[in-house]
Design a protein around this ligand. Structure first.
Ligand SMILES: NC(=O)c1ccc[n+]([C@@H]2O[C@H](COP(=O)([O-])OP(=O)(O)OC[C@H]3O[C@@H](n4cnc5c(N)ncnc54)[C@H](O)[C@@H]3O)[C@@H](O)[C@H]2O)c1
Length: 340
């Protein structure tokens, strides 16, 4: 088995977690670090007892080390340009979400990946918990029929400091992509349109819009309603959000942290509702490790990852469509933003 020589770009909080994972893989070898702040890369070397060469650009790092894979955990605005450079140099890419912060960049990534055949996939760790995998398995078995009206509440008040507190769209760009991606996973259809209102309520410690209400339409007729805030104090939801999925035969309730519960309509003359607890349908690794395992397996097998950019672009379209809708104060058809 060939060793996968890889470069890690972005030596911050996530960079440490990804490097930790990469160092534990027997088939991978980190060969360089990239960061615009050399001190962060030096600190990463110290933390892991490494002496990897440090570069300030992905291009230099790949050229000097002949690495074949880029792991990108830089800030959202840097992901697309780093991935474009890596793919043009023949390297594969695994990156933190979001894959891009403009649709033009997202489309450019798709075009380069198609032209070069380069692997490019995105971290969507919140698709890989045992709870959401079990919920999806039971939805696929038809427990509530087709989910037609799906709603998620997300209310938390984290104080991160750093780039999130100065971003224009911290909630939508840095967090809601997870919930949107989860909605797309659960509804299992393409999103087609969105109406969104972004705002920054009284008391928020973010410079940009910490809160948003969004309503998405899907090609199969389903709708997804999202209410979210990153400056909500008190009664927090889970980081996965608090969900209600209403289907043709019943409803699923999921608090994000625990297994889902279902109420389904009894068939026959008596009618009434049956209550069903969710069964565990997933074992093994979860979250970041599971998503990275899946990306590495796909990379090795030459197959498309579940979170490949060709699929993930639809989650990005939900995110950027929501921002565009809020800017216009009008419903936006996602086909106006991109063609797939
Ligand atoms: N999937 C998740 O659950 C999850 C959780 C947290 C963060 N993230 C994502 O991970 C990414 C990084 O977040 P973080 O919290 O580690 O941020 P961070 O600020 O701790 O680290 C980012 C690092 O990238 C470096 N950097 C910035 N621009 C660069 C560039 N052009 N080239 C090279 N290095 C550059 C910075 O100097 C910094 O060291 C973001 O995209 C964020 O959305 C994902």
């Amino acid at each position: 088995m060939d060793t996968i020589k890889l470069v890690l770009a972005g030596c911050g909080q996530m960079g440490g977690r990804w490097l930790d994972y990469a160092l534990q893989r027997k088939d991978a070898e980190p060969v360089a670090l990239v960061d615009v702040a050399p001190a962060s890369a030096a600190a990463m070397n110290d933390r892991f007892g490494l002496k990897l060469p440090v570069y300030s650009t992905v291009e230099e790092a790949i050229r000097e080390t002949r690495a074949v894979l880029l792991l990108d955990t830089t800030i959202p605005d840097a992901h697309a340009s780093n991935a474009c450079v890596a793919m043009e140099m023949g390297a594969g890419v695994m990156m933190e979400k979001p894959m891009a912060t403009t649709m033009v960049d997202a489309q450019r990534l798709i075009d380069i990946s198609k032209r070069t055949g380069a692997f490019c996939a995105v971290m969507q760790n919140r698709r890989f918990t045992k709870e959401i995998r079990s919920l999806k398995a039971m939805l696929d078995e038809g427990i509530i029929g087709k989910p037609g009206y799906v709603a998620a509440d997300f209310f938390l008040g984290p104080r991160f400091g750093g780039f999130r507190e100065t971003m224009e769209h911290p909630l939508i760009l840095d967090m809601a992509i997870h919930t949107f991606d989860a909605a797309r996973y659960l509804i299992d259809a393409r999103p087609t349109a969105v109406y969104c209102h972004e705002f920054n309520p009284e008391g928020s410690w973010y410079r940009g819009a910490s809160s948003a209400a969004c309503f998405f339409e899907f090609e199969n007729g389903a709708a997804f309603s999202y209410n979210g805030s990153w400056s909500a104090q008190g009664f927090p939801t889970s980081w996965e959000g608090s969900w209600r999925l209403s289907g043709s035969k019943g409803t699923a309730i999921w608090d994000g942290d625990n297994m889902p519960h279902f109420q389904t309509a009894n068939e026959g003359a008596g009618g009434g509702l049956a209550s069903i607890n969710g069964d565990l349908r997933w074992s093994g690794a979860e979250r970041r490790d599971a998503c990275l395992d899946e990306m590495f397996d796909s990379y090795r097998n030459g197959t498309r990852s579940e979170t490949d950019i060709h699929d993930n672009i639809h989650s990005v379209a939900m995110m950027l469509g929501a921002i565009e809708s809020s800017r216009r104060g009008a419903r936006v058809k996602l086909s106006e933003l991109y063609s797939m």
